[in-house]
Ligand binder design. Structure first.
Ligand SMILES: O=C(O)CCC(=O)C(=O)O
Ligand SMILES: [Fe+2]
Length: 513
């Protein structure tokens, strides 16, 4: 029975076993090929022997007569045995034992959706993407084959993004000729691609194009019917459907948007305690109001690898509580990472040190704070727009008050994408290994600051790791500044905000073949 999901695609670190699995599978196939070759060699030998028998049947020579009886007694018996043997029984057993560990359907679809998410978020051009070009950056990789293009297109098709689907199917058709045999193994052929092209173009309202595809297929009853049907349809005026259905989430437009540089920001040294006088912390202001700061070099290489090693085996797909209070795994595709919490006793010294550094940086108490959360993102990993503070504090989990501060250690640099983005503040924060990002989730009066809603942008290239600490409100009672000094917060203008991200021209794009 195939497992539901191995959750391979949700954490980069959990994809490593897949690479090992691939090596094993390839090694096994090679051995299988060797077994088949050996058998073929025996059979060829047998044929040669029989051939020489035939030639000798008329001979009266004693040598030949003896040869004939010997061959018929020994050799032929052996050949019959060889024919009956399964040539690669071991390799077949190995390939069966590898099956349960292979990527499941869910793993596969999560990988495909990641590609789809990256393309739609960053508006990547499909041919460039299939050739390893992501935005401005060219990666050294083998171009995607017809099979990959077909599959990526199929997910666009399922998602009702028909123009995107058509483009990928076109690329699949262009690349089909490079390896048609590979296609046939799966029972597919060129006409299948044409069928998908016809369906995609018809669904986006492009009837003439659909007819064009139908006419390129090998003629048979099915295609004749399609041609007649599409000829009728294409008499009607074409009404292009939008290229992309509207999405209620803002992370895609927010992540692809360019934001202006900020001015009047400073870097300084924090020397507010005797210890910090000896080892001041370098602080970089990223935003003034509300304050968002980056504290540099607060965790070193060695500590980072300890955290990764402690957590890797325990990272899990996130779960949520349903209305009837049961925990279920999150398959929503809104948060494509895995997390775990480190209990203080697993490495008391390190975790105490990290807590102390958070206190040094923020001046706040880590008492009653949540256990450090380790996060590793998967392929195209992202987290949609959200607030860390909760609007409902009724459960026991919130006894220490709301999440007043988020303190987030970056445990890796990400080559492309994967920034922490604050869409209301026009602030994109690039991950920086060893630095601590800190922001306030609450205003001084305890209400949630709408301005710090944030996103983790889909990762184009690289591996993103975080260690996050959420400080709680109650332990700060005598530490945090007094609510009387509350600065007025600008009002939230929903329409303007939506216009900013969804106001892009959403006329259907002109499509040319
Ligand atoms: O990945 C990031 O940059 C932000 C993570 C985050 O917002 C969270 O875990 O709540
Ligand atoms: Fe968050």
């Amino acid at each position: 029975l195939e497992p539901e999901s191995h959750d391979y695609a949700l954490a980069q670190v959990h994809m490593l076993p897949l690479l090992q699995l691939k090596e094993k599978a390839v090694g096994n196939l090679k051995n299988y090929a060797i077994s088949l070759k050996n058998r073929l060699m025996y059979i060829k030998l047998a044929i040669d022997q029989v051939k020489c028998l035939k030639k000798s049947t008329n001979s009266t020579s004693i040598f030949d007569k003896f040869k004939l009886t010997r061959l018929l007694h020994f050799d032929l018996k052996k050949w019959v045995e060889i024919l009956k043997e399964n040539p690669a029984i071991k390799e077949i057993a190995i390939s069966q034992s590898l099956r349960p560990k292979m990527a499941s359907k869910i793993d596969y679809y999560e990988g495909l959706y990641a590609i789809n998410r990256l393309q739609s978020t960053y508006r990547l051009e499909h041919t460039e993407m299939a050739n390893g070009l992501l935005g401005e950056r060219q990666y050294r990789t083998k171009p995607w084959s017809s099979l990959e293009c077909l599959m990526v297109g199929y997910v666009f098709y399922l998602d009702e993004k028909f123009q995107g689907a058509e483009r990928w199917f076109q690329l699949a058709l262009e690349r089909y000729f490079k390896n048609p045999k590979l296609f046939e193994i799966f029972g597919w052929n060129r006409d299948l691609i044409l069928k998908l092209l016809m369906k995609a173009s018809q669904s986006s309202g492009r009837y003439k194009a659909a007819l064009g595809y139908a006419e390129r297929a090998k003629s048979n009853c099915y295609w004749q019917e399609q041609i007649t049907r599409l000829k009728n349809l294409s008499m009607q005026p074409e009404v292009l459907k939008p290229a992309e259905p509207k999405n209620k989430y803002k992370y895609k437009p927010a992540c692809r948007m360019q934001y202006p540089d900020k001015h009047n920001l400073h870097c300084r040294y924090l020397k507010s305690s005797p210890f910090l006088k000896l080892a001041p912390i370098q602080v970089e202001e990223l935003n003034l109001e509300p304050p968002i700061n980056m504290y540099h070099n607060l965790i070193n290489e060695k500590e980072i690898s300890v955290l990764k090693n402690l957590s890797s085996a325990h990272l899990k797909r996130s779960q949520f509580v349903t209305e009837d209070n049961t925990l279920v795994k999150d398959f929503s595709n809104l948060r494509t990472c895995k997390t775990m919490r480190l209990q203080e006793n697993v490495n008391e010294k390190l975790l105490k040190n990290l807590n102390q550094r958070i206190t040094d940086a923020t001046g706040l108490s880590v008492l009653e704070s949540e256990e450090l959360q380790l996060t590793n993102y998967g392929i195209g990993g992202h987290l949609y727009e959200h607030q860390d503070a909760s609007f409902n504090l009724s459960s026991e989990f919130w006894n220490s008050g709301n999440r007043v501060i988020t303190a987030l250690f970056y445990l890796s640099d990400v080559a492309q994408g994967g920034e922490t983005l604050f869409p209301h503040l026009d602030l994109r924060v690039h991950t920086q290994k060893g630095s601590l990002l800190v922001w306030d989730n609450l205003l001084l009066n305890g209400s949630i600051d709408w301005r710090v809603e944030h996103i983790s942008c889909p990762i184009l290239m690289g591996d993103k790791w975080l260690a996050t600490k959420w400080l709680r409100e109650k332990p700060q009672m005598f530490i945090r500044r007094c609510p009387l000094k509350l600065k007025p917060v600008p009002e939230f203008h929903k329409e303007a905000f939506e216009q900013k991200f969804f106001g892009e021209n959403d006329q259907p794009q002109q499509f040319s073949l």
